[in-house]
Design a binder for this molecule. Structure first.
Ligand code: SIN
Length: 337
């Protein structure tokens, strides 16, 4: 086939996950090892991809090969750099990322927060994943990859989105909500952005736009940062106490001092009285405290006299990323995008 030079290329970056996992038996969908198959090999196993690309080039690059439970700041830095470099190229239409399902929502939110607005308001970054390994007798990865490329090719597509089981989710809203089912993601109250059906998109909402016209922290600053600000998550629950927060405040040799705490509070941001007292002490020592909710839906409603900041609707894991980036932007060596 002669490739049409007017058509732009799609870049697929591999990071690992179950989509690249293998098990000893094709019947085994849970006893596998994630992150075994290279991204080029995954793409070669997607029926229908050449027809969908219709002459466009597809370029792949292995940025990492990890089970996403082990996702690291170093990989995030490298990934943000590679995505941004590809989006900056005029001949690139979109970037697709293969990722594990377990922390996909964190990487998606991180990328939406740090990629330059000029890039993600013009081109899409599409994360995809799978719940069954590549070695499965009925893998979901190939269809998810095909759907992700269909979204990447859609006219007008922009922003960081996740595509899984035929649904398109915005980075801000997406969360893994099932441990086993193939349709493992949802977007909470917001609902999905739309669906991919036989490579056709049915959009329900507008594509995401960058939250500000400046990314919080310049990508080079993130990529070369040796130490990210240390922000931990604590959960409120029956029988809550001050013990965990008090322990987190103790200085430990070789451990970065605590800069922030996100509390996965109950309901509309409620916190056990003993945990609340410990958080107050932490805040008095200069630790930033943010209240999110452990509820999967809804948000912590901002109260006029609230002692602690609220997470602006972000889940605890995303609120942690937002706080780390905000603290990074405050640091004297931070370069703004
Ligand atoms: C992972 O997150 O890398 C493993 C689990 C998965 O992808 O479903």
């Amino acid at each position: 086939m002669v490739s049409n030079l007017n058509l732009k290329k799609i870049v697929v970056l591999g990071t690992g996950g179950t989509i690249a996992g293998t098990a000893a038996s094709a019947a085994d969908n849970i006893g596998y090892t994630a992150a075994q198959v290279g991204v080029a090999q995954l793409l070669a196993a997607v029926p229908g991809l050449p027809a969908l690309l219709a002459g466009r080039d597809l370029v792949s690059e292995q940025v990492a090969q990890v089970d996403s439970k082990d996702m690291s700041f170093a990989i995030w830095g490298a990934l943000a750099q590679r995505v941004s470099a590809h989006l900056a190229a005029p001949d690139v239409q979109a970037v697709v990322i293969t990722h594990g399902t377990d922390t996909l929502e964190e990487t998606a939110y991180f990328l939406q927060a740090v990629l330059p607005a000029a890039q993600i308001n013009a081109k899409p970054v599409v994360l995809t994943a799978a719940m069954r390994p590549a070695s499965s007798s009925a893998p979901d990865g190939p269809q998810n990859l095909l759907d992700a490329v269909a979204v990447a090719l859609a006219p007008g597509a922009q922003g960081v989105v996740a595509v899984c089981a035929g649904s398109i989710h915005a980075a801000l809203d997406v969360q893994k909500s099932h441990t086993y089912r193939i349709d493992a993601f949802n977007s909470g109250d917001a609902g999905p952005l739309g669906y991919v059906e036989e490579a056709e998109l049915r959009l329900l909402r507008n594509w995401p736009v960058a939250l500000t016209n400046k990314a919080r922290v310049a990508i080079e600053n993130i990529a070369f940062k040796a130490h990210w600000p240390r922000v931990e998550i604590v959960m409120n629950h029956a029988g809550g106490s001050s013990a965990v927060v008090d322990a987190l405040l103790l200085p430990l040799p070789g451990v970065t001092p605590l800069r922030g705490l996100v509390v996965a509070a109950t309901g509309n941001g409620t916190i056990h009285v003993d945990l609340e007292a410990a958080l107050r002490r932490a805040q008095a020592q200069g630790v930033h405290v943010v209240r999110a909710s452990r509820c999967a839906n809804g948000r912590v409603l901002p109260a006029a006299n609230a002692e602690f900041a609220h997470s602006a609707g972000l889940s605890p894991v995303k609120a942690r990323i937002a706080l780390m980036l905000a603290l990074m932007a405050e640091s004297p060596d931070a370069k703004k995008a």
